[in-house]
Design a protein around this ligand. Structure first.
Ligand SMILES: NC(=O)c1ccc[n+]([C@@H]2O[C@H](COP(=O)([O-])OP(=O)(O)OC[C@H]3O[C@@H](n4cnc5c(N)ncnc54)[C@H](O)[C@@H]3O)[C@@H](O)[C@H]2O)c1
Length: 337
């Protein structure tokens, strides 16, 4: 680690890559952006210039192998994650990989096995909701005992329209995966069954997804329901609610101030994910850098990345059969105890 700071190489200079680069360069103690790689070299150069990175790469493997790079942040498309993460583990470098860890449970398992074989945690997965103050507050209520044991998890993930309609499989693997992870980490239990129903975005394309409901069973007997909306028509919201034996804890719809004037009472809508999770993205990379300096892995692990994809795979199977899918119990490796 040069200059008493962690030199981070960023792979992928798109929407989230830019957010991470700016946070690492301007809002994180102990980090510097040392290199940026993107297949679109102009993008990589622009992000490198804005974040003070001295190097630009067109080849991800060259960035990972650069001895000046202490740690790697992967923010390229989903299909590249497993391969790049495996290369980081092979090089013995800490890596923060955006969600999903892979596009199938089988590929995520290859990453998990590689890390277990390496014998130490090097990987954090970008499930940044763990760092969101609103999620942490609900969890603190549950942990305090104020609502008793958790019986049900509800999550709503409401998006503005981002472009083309996603297929229901892509909605599960790319988007609902966040909610699957939230359900696991907030309920403190693995998911043992999933059943998906959805409304097509385009009636001529039954695999397109406008809205989906996922019903969950947890191994401890609790239940859950996730709602995904791919085109809210108004903005972005992520809501969670836990029903316990003696009460309910839920996040509030919006953090913007309530305004009253002659026109009436109103509250501004959050437009999209960068605004809703601004603080979580900063805290996520700061915690990652702190953990690298302390040489103690933290945050969502390869196990979390893998198990969320096991559930996502079951959800995809449910869309194929129309039936609930049981998820067999999988032994958690001791590395993730
Ligand atoms: N945690 C979150 O809240 C969050 C939010 C947004 C995106 N993401 C994840 O981050 C990843 C990127 O999403 P995005 O919205 O920034 O997408 P994006 O399309 O805006 O950016 C992706 C970038 O990767 C580049 N790229 C494409 N192929 C590449 C390759 N083989 N090697 C290197 N770079 C390559 C593209 O040129 C582009 O600049 C996705 O996996 C997505 O799921 C996570």
């Amino acid at each position: 680690m040069g200059e008493d700071s962690v030199g981070v190489g960023i792979i992928g200079a798109g929407a989230i890559g830019r957010v991470h680069a700016e946070n690492l360069a301007k809002r994180t103690i102990g980090a510097r952006v040392a290199a940026v790689m993107d297949v679109d070299t102009e993008r990589a150069e622009a992000v490198a210039a804005a974040s003070g990175a001295g190097r630009v790469y067109a080849d991800a493997m060259a960035l990972i192998g650069d001895p000046e790079i202490d740690a790697v942040l992967i923010a390229s498309p989903d299909a590249t994650h497993a391969e790049f993460t495996l290369a980081c583990i092979g090089a013995g470098k800490p890596v923060l990989c955006e969600k999903p860890l892979a596009t199938t449970a089988a590929d995520a398992e290859r990453v998990l096995r590689a890390e277990v074989a390496a014998g130490r945690r090097l990987l954090q997965v970008g499930f940044m909701r763990e760092y969101d103050p609103a999620h942490k507050d609900v969890l603190a209520v549950l942990d305090s005992g104020a609502i008793g044991k958790a019986l049900r998890f509800r999550g709503a993930h409401i998006n503005p329209r981002y472009g083309d309609d996603l297929t229901v499989e892509d909605a599960i693997v790319n988007s609902i995966i966040h909610d699957i992870h939230s359900a696991r980490f907030m309920m403190g239990a693995e998911i043992s069954g999933a059943h998906v129903s959805w409304v097509a975005a385009n009636p001529r394309d039954p695999q397109s997804c406008r809205l989906a409901d996922v019903h969950l069973k947890f191994e401890n007997g609790a239940i859950g329901a996730l709602e995904y909306n791919g085109d809210s028509g108004y903005g972005y919201e992520v809501l969670v609610e836990i029903t316990g034996e003696t009460g309910v804890a839920c996040t509030l719809p919006n953090s913007s101030p309530s305004v009253r004037n002659a026109a009436g009472a109103s509250q501004a809508i959050t437009p999209s994910w960068p605004q809703r999770f601004q603080r979580a993205y900063v805290d996520e990379v700061q915690d990652w850098i702190r953990s690298i300096m302390a040489n103690e892995a933290t945050g969502p692990s390869a196990w979390d990345g893998y198990m969320s994809l096991v559930v996502a795979d079951a959800c995809v199977r449910s869309t194929e059969t129309g039936l609930p899918v049981e998820i067999p119990r999988i032994e958690r490796p001791a590395l993730y105890a």
